[in-house]
Design a protein around this ligand. Structure first.
Ligand SMILES: *[C@@H]1O[C@H](CO)[C@@H](O)[C@H](O)[C@H]1NC(C)=O
Ligand SMILES: *[C@@H]1O[C@H](CO)[C@@H](O)[C@H](O)[C@H]1NC(C)=O
Ligand SMILES: *[C@@H]1O[C@H](CO)[C@@H](O)[C@H](O)[C@H]1NC(C)=O
Length: 366
């Protein structure tokens, strides 16, 4: 009875309202349909944002303040989807997470040039030795020009600035005021995780193995073995066990980059630049342009440019057959790629490198 009444009144309403013919009525229906589709789409986008926000809350909860203000970063990141999927796969909500945690305090090697308000935190890799020399140059230009004839040889244990402007704490800046610049610019140079790992593997497990006891966990040149052992070592260290954070060659070169430079507290205080040996020139150009802005004389930046790019350090050894071979080995093995993601997931996320595509992507796309 009641339903009859309602449907009757609806019909009358429609008839009254649309007595002027069928065409407008159809148009009205199509419009409704379009509205409904748009509405549903908007809901989907909203839902997706909610999922991401929940993820961020989840991350933040797990790692406290380090994740503050990173929501913005994550929103900008094109990789949302992969991130959510990988998080779900490797960190189910029951408390067991296979991803190596980010922002563990491992070490912090700070180089300062207070005159120009320039500082750099360096993570082991080739460009870091060059950057150390550059900051030393800016630290005291006259002394550097007088004492150092070849910049590219001012490295390792023979470097001029050893301990002069080198610290282990970010907060040392509080005690110095930059002279010519308004504020500090703190550089952090990061590398694509796979490229960095392969570079470390070739250098430390294949080329530079003499004088080291059981290098690379005694795996010889077996990259699967090295990755498995390294994963276990990182897992142990990240289990909140300070004593286990020993400084081995392996951990220093294969540990996550987010474990360096006090990033837990200072992630947002760095100007983070990506480095790849093939792009040394671009990176150097970016740095020198900044330095000129901070008042470093052109004669000095020109000198740096010439000395760094003139040598063959950066061209000669990049595309070696070993590198190409081992990169392919990892890229072609679903197992090793997964291990790579487990180790360096947060380096990919926080330094803005695209995550490797894992097999699980395919199933979740359908
Ligand atoms: C959590 O769940 C995963 C599968 O969803 C399972 O493999 C793992 O053993 C569980 N861990 C704990 C601590 O319950
Ligand atoms: C490399 O190491 C893995 C894991 O330790 C092992 O399963 C595999 O057999 C090794 N491969 C070779 C060629 O020794
Ligand atoms: C990187 O450093 C290693 C030594 O740690 C050296 O053998 C290698 O030639 C360097 N590579 C480049 C590209 O400078």
């Amino acid at each position: 009875m009641r339903i009859d009444f309602i449907s009757m009144s609806v019909t009358t309403f429609i008839q009254r309202r649309f007595h002027f013919g069928q065409l407008p009525f159809l148009t009205f229906l199509v419009a409704c349909l379009l509205c409904a589709i748009i509405y549903l789409q908007l809901q989907r986008v909203k839902q997706q944002h909610q999922t991401i926000n929940q993820r961020v809350d989840f991350l933040r909860h797990r790692e406290d303040s380090a994740f503050e203000k990173t929501q913005d970063f994550i929103k900008r990141n094109q990789e949302h989807y992969k991130m959510v999927i990988y998080e779900e796969k490797f960190c189910p909500h029951n408390g067991s997470c296979d991803l190596i945690k980010p922002f563990i305090h491992y070490e912090s090697r700070q180089m300062l040039a207070p005159s120009y308000g320039v500082s750099a935190c360096v993570i082991y890799k080739n460009f870091s030795t060059v950057l150390t020399s550059i900051i030393c140059y800016l630290y005291d230009i006259l002394r550097y020009q007088e004492k150092v004839k070849e910049m590219m040889k001012d490295t390792y244990n023979h470097r001029l600035c050893m301990k002069d402007n080198e610290y282990h704490s970010f907060n040392i800046r509080d005690r110095m005021t930059p002279k010519t610049a308004e504020k500090w610019t703190n550089y952090l140079i990061v590398r694509e995780p796979l490229e960095r790992f392969i570079s470390g593997f070739v250098n430390k497990c294949i080329l530079d193995v003499v004088n080291r006891d059981k290098p690379c966990y005694g795996c010889d040149e077996n990259i699967t073995c090295v990755m498995e052992k390294q994963y276990q070592s990182l897992k142990t260290m990240s289990n909140n066990n300070k004593a286990a954070r020993k400084h081995t060659v392996e951990d220093a070169h294969f540990g996550p980059q987010s474990w360096h430079c006090e990033l837990r507290a200072h992630y947002l205080d760095y100007k983070i630049l990506q480095y790849s040996p093939a792009k040394t020139e671009e990176l150097l150009e970016e740095l020198l342009t900044d330095f000129e802005e901070f008042g470093v004389p052109l004669s000095v930046t020109d000198d740096i440019r010439e000395q760094v790019l003139g040598g063959k350090t950066f061209h000669a050894t990049f595309d070696t057959p070993e590198r190409i071979h081992y990169t392919k080995v990892v890229e072609e093995s679903p197992y090793l790629k997964e291990l790579l993601v487990k180790m360096f997931y947060y380096d990919y996320v926080f330094f803005d490198f695209p995550l490797p595509v894992l097999e699980i992507d395919k199933t979740s796309d359908s």
